[in-house]
Design a protein around this ligand. Structure first.
Ligand SMILES: NC(=O)c1ccc[n+]([C@@H]2O[C@H](COP(=O)([O-])OP(=O)(O)OC[C@H]3O[C@@H](n4cnc5c(N)ncnc54)[C@H](OP(=O)(O)O)[C@@H]3O)[C@@H](O)[C@H]2O)c1
Length: 208
């Protein structure tokens, strides 16, 4: 698959490494040419501008901070038309009582990205686990996906299974906000020293 990666940070490297290993044809695009070149060299991929990556990918991973997403995606909107656009962002920030959603009361980050690039097919995915998890321990991990376009979802499911993880269809893009809220909750619990996995025991432990 032709994959474009926007950004050359932690998520770009963690996900890109798995996809490069699976044999995909990757262009890493970043605002600083040296950072794109360094990551591309580590992945065995090619480097380019953000526009080069958007143009190259039938699937494009937006591995950018939520705060930068709107401007970058708007500037690439024409190039992203028809692409599967993966949004892994977590629009979260520290609040007085823990992490909060910076989108609170408004559209989800995924919906904002879809509005910034109306021709792209946005799929929310990969936002629930840390970059270090994607780099190391994805075997058997369930990866929820939210999106509206059947072809884009098929492409992203392939990229999930290439990481030896398991796609979990989680509804249309209108449900992406639930994944973003889940990230705010579980990351907040981890930051506070808790283990959010203990909140959801296996169903077999229920008496009903
Ligand atoms: N890290 C995690 O564990 C994790 C887990 C799940 C989801 N996420 C989400 O994944 C996304 C990426 O996170 P990350 O950890 O990979 O971030 P990161 O390591 O900080 O990398 C961010 C990348 O975005 C680029 N960037 C920042 N501002 C930009 C702008 N205005 N224009 C163009 N490029 C810009 C940075 O370029 P420079 O190097 O030039 O600054 C860098 O290449 C975020 O939305 C985050 O919420 C992260």
């Amino acid at each position: 698959m032709r994959i474009g990666i926007l950004g050359a940070g932690g998520m770009a490297e963690a996900l890109g490494a798995g996809w490069a290993k699976a044999g995909h044809d990757i262009v890493v695009g970043a605002r600083h040419a040296g950072r794109a070149a360094d990551l591309a060299a580590r992945l065995g991929a090619r480097a380019g501008t953000l526009a080069d990556a958007a143009e190259h990918g039938e699937t494009v991973l937006a591995a950018l901070p939520h705060t930068a997403m709107n401007d970058v995606i708007t500037s690439l909107a024409d190039l992203l038309a028809g692409r599967a656009l993966i949004d892994c962002s977590n629009p979260i920030a520290p609040g007085p009582d823990g992490l909060v959603l910076t989108t609170d009361g408004g559209p989800s980050a995924a919906r904002r990205i879809a509005a910034a690039a109306p021709g792209a097919h946005v799929v929310k995915a990969f936002n629930l686990c840390a970059a270090g998890v994607w780099a190391a321990h994805t075997e058997g991990l369930a990866v929820p996906l939210c999106g509206d376009d059947a072809n884009a979802l098929t492409l992203v499911r392939t990229l999930v299974t290439d990481l030896r993880a398991v796609p979990l269809d989680a509804g249309g893009l209108d449900r992406a906000g639930y994944l973003e809220a889940t990230a705010a909750f579980v990351i907040g619990v981890w930051f506070a020293g808790g283990d959010p996995r203990t909140v959801l025991p296996p169903l077999e432990q229920s008496t009903h």
